[in-house]
Design a protein around this ligand. Structure first.
Ligand SMILES: [Zn+2]
Length: 134
């Protein structure tokens, strides 16, 4: 069974909680974790940044059969969202019935409980997407 270690989880909380990461000032490439050198262009000019907090659902699927880690949440929706800044982010879509979903609908980031790790009882929070109520 896959268990995420607490230090590793803690280091990635900026991205998991707020879609916060590190952007190269030379080429614009976004990194999820701190880096001294841009993976794409080699620049050392990197600053902390956040992805857009809204985007459009470009594709999704309803998960009806899952691994034991997420079995209790079945059925749930996982989608690919194109953020306003052009980034593609995969995440769970919540706060709606799967029948209400449609491609190109506007969604926003929200912080939610992802799961409870059975081994160390760590409650993992992270971003999910929800439809924007207009
Ligand atoms: Zn770069």
């Amino acid at each position: 069974m896959f268990v995420i270690r607490i230090p590793r989880y803690w280091r990635s909380k900026g991205f998991r909680y707020r879609l916060e990461g590190y952007r190269c000032e030379k080429c614009g490439h976004f990194h999820h974790s701190p880096r001294l050198v841009c993976r794409k262009c080699g620049s050392r000019s990197i600053r902390r940044d956040r992805l857009s907090q809204t985007g459009r659902l470009i594709s999704y699927t309803v998960v009806k059969s899952s691994t034991p880690l997420f079995e209790q949440y079945v059925p749930y929706v996982v989608g690919v969202v194109k953020m306003v800044d052009g980034s593609l982010v995969v995440g769970q879509v919540t706060d709606c019935d799967p029948e209400e979903l449609r491609e190109d609908m506007q969604v926003e980031v929200t912080l939610r409980k992802i799961r409870v790790d059975g081994e160390n009882k760590l409650i993992q929070y992270g971003y999910k997407f929800r439809p924007v109520i207009e």
